[in-house]
Design a binder for this molecule. Structure first.
Ligand code: NAI
Length: 328
């Protein structure tokens, strides 16, 4: 058996936490030969609820689960962690402006960035799920001087998986046939799900579909608005599929992407594809040996470029707002 790794999850008593923790503890994230210690962070009023979740984790008698830490102190939660999944955040409440939302989350992610910097293991990998995820990741990264920037990522894998499912349905195939899907930009309604490099059974997806009307008026809006559609239908947000995507994101980052395919991750831009440095934006990436790299050399046509520019512009605006607030 390998030595245990330490995995922090924030917002652990929330909806996503309830779907996520059991899968991490069962080995679905890091492999069935990898013991894990869970370090769970919640706000003080939610510690009782967290205790209930921890009791259920114990009652599963997971062979791989070595320890459960429950705390409201970020320094404790992030102590020596190798993986940190930042799920807890401040949701938008009625009448809240975007600036207020960014400010409220700034209060959380500055503190958590500092705590990661001072307490986490030197190999820590961070995934921000809590919205606005890209900019929350930017805030945490900017406040963590001792953690290399490239360890901060935000989740667009749910969008990626949604796009694969929509394309499989349209082409009457299985998701297993769909490869090389790309989400560009922000995890928000401006994101751009790009099928121009995607393949279905090894053939060009765009050529197979050959329906620009469907692309523009069905596929892209469906993927962009899927979260809202699930809230409308279920009365609650898409927690299980978000947890599933978080598992996928971390597993692929840690253990690698399959040959001949790639995934979408929001990562600090290095200027690739003209996306300015200084924002955390979604790109097509491959992962190997615990590192990700952007898929280079894809041809971007005018339609795609316009969509990428729009979502990148939104990220730059968010960055400017949090910079004005002194959070980055
Ligand atoms: P939830 O409201 O059920 O749970 C959030 C939990 O975070 C609560 O238990 C709360 O007490 C806790 N929390 C709040 N502030 C905290 C802090 N400073 N430290 C530690 N814990 C804190 O929400 P749910 O459904 O679990 O969603 C969590 C976040 O994930 C939301 O921001 C949601 O918008 C986002 N999300 C992101 C997706 C993505 O694709 N990137 C997809 C779906 C949800």
């Amino acid at each position: 058996m390998k030595d245990p790794v330490r995995v922090a999850v924030t917002g652990a008593a929330g909806q996503i936490g309830y779907s996520l923790l059991f899968r991490i503890a069962s080995g679905q994230m890091l492999g069935e030969d990898q013991p894990v210690a869970l370090q769970l962070l919640e706000i003080t009023p939610a510690l009782d609820a967290l205790k209930g979740v921890a009791m259920e984790l114990e009652d599963c008698a997971f062979p791989l689960l070595t320890e459960i830490v429950q705390t409201d102190d970020p320094e404790v939660a992030f102590g020596d962690v190798n993986y940190a999944l930042l799920v807890g955040s401040r949701p938008r409440s009625k009448g809240m402006e975007r600036k207020d939302l960014l400010e409220a989350n700034g209060a959380i992610f500055t503190v958590q960035g500092r705590a990661l910097s001072s307490s986490a293991a030197s190999d820590v990998k961070v995934l921000v799920v809590g919205n606005p995820a890209n900019t929350n990741a930017l805030i945490a990264m900017s406040n963590a001087p001792d953690v290399p920037n490239d360890r901060f990522t935000a989740m667009t894998r749910l969008d990626h998986n949604r796009a694969k499912a929509q394309l499989a349905q349209k082409t009457g195939t299985s998701v297993n046939d769909v490869t090389k899907m790309t989400i560009w930009g922000n995890h928000s309604a401006t994101q751009y799900p790009d099928i121009f490099h995607a393949e279905v059974g090894g053939r060009s997806a765009a050529e197979l579909v050959n329906d620009q009307g469907w692309l523009e008026s069905e596929f892209i809006p469906t993927v962009q608005q899927r979260g809202a559609a699930i809230i409308e239908a279920r009365g609650l947000s898409s927690a299980a599929s978000a947890a599933n995507a978080a598992i996928d994101h971390m597993r692929d980052w840690a253990l690698g992407t399959p040959d001949g395919d790639w995934v979408s991750m929001a990562i600090p831009s290095d200027g690739s594809y003209g996306v300015p440095e200084g924002i955390i934006s979604s790109f097509p990436v491959t992962c190997s040996g615990g590192e990700y790299s952007i898929v280079q050399g894809l041809e971007i046509d005018e339609f795609s470029q316009g969509r990428i520019d729009a979502t990148v512009a939104e990220l730059q605006e968010e960055r400017d707002t949090v910079a004005e607030l002194g959070l980055v």
